[in-house]
Design a binder for this molecule. Structure first.
Ligand code: BES
Ligand code: MN
Ligand code: ZN
Length: 489
């Protein structure tokens, strides 16, 4: 979909979108003679202008009936209200039959950034995945082609192009990877898809295959992959926006392209959800695309551990002991606790090769985090107060919210093994915490590290202002905002 910024409403056919903040209906004055009738119709619909309210009607626009969408913006801060305004308008109009939406923000006193975010919210909400829906009826197909944001600050168009359009592209890449089923996206094709998608952006791409990872001794990652006919990959994306020399911050993503549980196989009901067990890796590549797209002045390396976790004649067994790239050994008690095994070797690899100043890993790691935080917050674990605080702030700012969880020696002891250096699961209680403790055992020399358990966030069963049901793109905006606020000076 095309997003445009203009000084005045275009001629011809379009649906008009007007924001209304609470009880103040001043923005309706531009409707001229129709203002009173529209306002009366809003009353009869019990429209109150709060942030979730949307009302639709037709009004007489001097000779023709024009569709009008009135979107409540409530009393939230302009940038949040702006994204919701764009998103809610598109949600309403995407398959409405209208081709053009004109969102008139005249009189709202939005700065260039807030005005740009109207377009950003609109673009985010327009994303859909219809590739396999070959029998959509005409009235189910999207019709909206263009959103024109009218009456904003003249600098909004540039702000949109420079800051937000690249982030939307990153989010779209993530959503696409998360949505595609596991017969389409597996380690090799994940790499191919990403490579094609970031082509020309100036990212350096490196890929390790099984032989290279065997050479490096990545026994934990390869142990997970060995039950599948799909070969594992390690994908490395480098962005040196701050110039060569300065050490990077590392993003590490869990990329389990399908998680059956392996020999510790999962129950059948709902197992299809495990196609999105690569949501952490999806967020990492989406963020890298966003940062490169907007030429962020920072050095970042993004690493994805890509495997498929399958049962099979060659699958690893419960009780197997694997040797990780770090040299530490792991007793694999439960083959369904595979994400931490993949992350362990990816975290070691990034430290040995890049000496990062901080490591942030993202993973759909545990069902237990859903029990703790539901679908509202992702869990944040960190060995560093400063990094944790900055990530939480970026979470608030971007909407990808994080809730801090504890780490402690007493939890760490729960993963000691009688036969190896550690086992890959602790007791059921505190399952997200022992999973984080496991990853922490691979963090060397007190490197700043944060782990984000986003099992409740990669996928949503209900639509919101900036995404439809399905893949959310969680993590892209979080990482982008963290970089913007802390690394680009
Ligand atoms: N990918 C799952 C975690 C998950 C569960 C993500 C539900 C999204 C929704 C992970 O690999 C897993 O299977 N974790 C196990 C760990 C257990 C065996 C210690 C879990 O959470 O049950
Ligand atoms: Mn699992
Ligand atoms: Zn998993």
């Amino acid at each position: 979909m095309k997003i445009r910024f203009a000084d005045s409403r275009p001629a011809g056919e379009y649906a008009l979108v007007l924001p209304v903040a609470g009880k103040d209906r001043g923005t309706l004055s531009s409707l001229g003679a129709s203002e009173k009738a529209v306002s009366a119709a809003l009353d009869r619909q019990r429209f109150e202008g709060d942030a979730s309210g949307v009302a639709e009607q037709f009004y007489d626009d001097g000779g023709g009936a024009r569709r009008l969408i009135v979107v409540g913006t409530g009393s939230s801060a302009p940038k949040e209200a702006a994204e919701k305004l764009g998103g809610n308008a598109v949600a309403r109009l995407l398959t409405s039959g209208e081709k053009i939406a004109v969102i008139d923000i005249t009189g709202l006193n939005y700065d260039a950034d807030a005005a740009a975010r109207v377009g950003f919210g609109a673009l985010l909400r327009s994303w859909r995945h219809d590739r396999y829906r070959t029998k959509l009826k005409d009235n189910q197909k999207p019709t909206l082609e263009e959103v024109v944001v009218v009456g904003g600050d003249p600098a909004a168009a540039k702000r949109y192009e420079d800051r937000w359009a690249p982030v939307a592209k990153g989010v779209s890449l993530t959503r696409e990877l998360v949505t595609e089923p596991a017969n389409i996206i597996y380690p090799e094709t994940f790499v191919d898809h990403v490579t094609a998608s970031v082509d020309g952006l100036g990212l350096e791409v490196e890929v390790l295959d099984r032989a290279a990872m065997t050479e490096l001794g990545m026994g934990a990652l390869l142990g997970v992959a060995q039950g599948s006919v799909r070969e594992a990959r390690l994908l490395i994306l480098k962005w040196t926006g701050a110039g060569a020399g300065a050490p990077p911050v590392a993003f590490v993503g869990k990329g389990v392209t399908f998680d059956t549980g392996g020999i510790s196989i999962k129950p059948a009901a709902g197992m299809e959800a495990m196609k999105w067990d690569m949501g952490g890796a999806g967020a990492v590549v989406g963020a890298m695309k966003a940062l490169a797209g907007r030429k962020a002045k920072a050095n970042i390396v993004g690493i994805c551990g890509l495997v498929e976790n399958m049962p099979g004649g060659n699958a690893q067994r419960p009780g197997d002991v694997v040797t990780t790239m770090s040299g530490q050994t792991v007793e694999v008690i439960n083959t369904d606790a595979e994400g931490r095994l993949v992350l362990a070797d990816a975290v070691t690899y990034v430290q040995r090769n890049f000496k990062p100043t901080a490591i942030i890993d993202l993973a759909t790691l545990t069902g237990a985090i859903l029990i703790s935080l539901g679908h509202e917050w992702a869990g944040l674990f960190s060995n560093n107060e400063d990094l944790a605080g900055k990530l939480q702030a970026a979470g608030e700012e971007s909407g990808d919210k994080l809730w801090r969880m504890p780490l402690a020696e007493t939890f760490d002891r729960l993963i000691d093994s009688p036969i190896a250096d550690m086992k890959n699961v602790g007791p059921r209680e505190g399952g997200s915490i022992t999973a984080a403790q496991f990853i922490q055992r691979f963090v060397e020399n007190d490197t700043k590290w944060a782990h984000i358990d986003m099992a409740g966030k990669a996928w949503s069963d209900k639509a919101a202002s900036t995404f439809d049901k399905g893949a959310t793109g969680f993590g892209v905006r979080l990482l982008d905002q963290y970089v913007a606020d802390n690394l680009e000076h």
